[in-house]
Ligand binder design. Sequence first.
Ligand code: UD1
Length: 418
Amino acid sequence: MDRILIRGGRPLTGRLAIGGAKNAALPLMAAGLLTEERLVLENIPELADIDTMASLLLEAGLTLERQGRRCAIGGRITRTEAPYDIVRRMRASVLVLGPLLARCGEARVSLPGGCAIGTRPVDLHLKGLAQMGADIRLEGGYIDARVAGRLHGAEIVLPFPSVGATENLLMAATLAEGETIIANAAREPEIGDLAACLNAMGAEISGIGSDRLTITGVARLHGATHAILPDRIETGTYLCAVGVSGGEILLEGGQATHLAALIRALGEAGVMVEETAAGLFARRMGKLVGVDVMTEPYPGFPTDMQAQFMALMAVAEGAAMITETIFENRFMHVPELNRMGARINVHGASAIVRGVGGALSGAPVMATDLRASVSLVLAGLAARGETIVNRVYHLDRGYEALVEKLTGCGAAIERLKG
Ligand code: UD1
């Protein structure tokens, strides 16, 4: 298995390009199941998770023409099953459920398994679809969903603003009969991107960007061309990277709009971020100080930035309290950061980070999820000596050309094969 070797202690300077948002690209690809016509997506990142979603669409009988960052999805659905072998690689596979059911009246999707960052059930997806008239059974590890004729509109109140449930129900509602309301909907920008594309395909969605989406179902959707928004989590990760290692970088194509909570915390910690015509410019200003943050649904501080911000706090001066409210078990990076000399204690949903006010020390480390893995890369950038990050496949799921992008900004980082 490949590993990443980092020799720490070099400030980052230079520029790198931000790719399209993984978490927008995945539901947008699933939306290709909603029409017979061609859906052309631009600015698709090259990532393992994108390949997994592509496999699911191919499995359903669709054709995909990928040319660099462009992907044209089309063809007829010949199979309505998402097999375990593919779904187990990525929880977001469940996003094909709503579109398949709405379009074909049936879908058989493997239940995503347990996950390193908590139990992560899909009950809200299933309850919403049942309210829209679906008959749902769980059998042999599969979700078996059926509806006679079309799904119908419903007023769905989500008890928690789940991102995936909002997306699945939104896609299903576009082809349902009548009006669907999704109240307490998640407001993540990736949902707005999905809704904008669905409207370009002929859907009638209003309330985009709010926590109340109203969808008037239509009989069919048509093709469209849509450019995916820039990845705010990739952007935020590199903002934390420059904070950890010092220096200054320009993130081409990066946008501040969807990162307000992170940029505010970074400013308090001592990392200046400025939006320029060329992208987001960031510079570490002198000493770093501890700042408390709590993860929340958008527009709060993103859970997907929690581990990277913790790596930053580990090298700051003073204490920071980091509270995780979205996932129940998302502190797996803590023992690994501590092996590198960080001083972090977890109690329940909060971690107290006593910043060491200087460099950590390099060590072999590994992590069990994507954002935790990248937080160890950041810690390695700021550490004395060598850090080896094992289980690189997590990084390949969500960070395009991570090694190349960081090398281009002066980091001493390489991928070791085998
Ligand atoms: C999406 C993102 C992920 C991000 C997360 C929260 C994608 C592909 N992934 O994941 O990167 O960390 O949003 O911002 O966009 N829950 C239930 N029942 C459900 C659904 C969710 O209890 O039916 C719970 C989950 O266990 C979790 C919380 O709700 O504790 C948040 O999950 P959700 O917002 O659904 O996240 P995902 O869509 O899985």
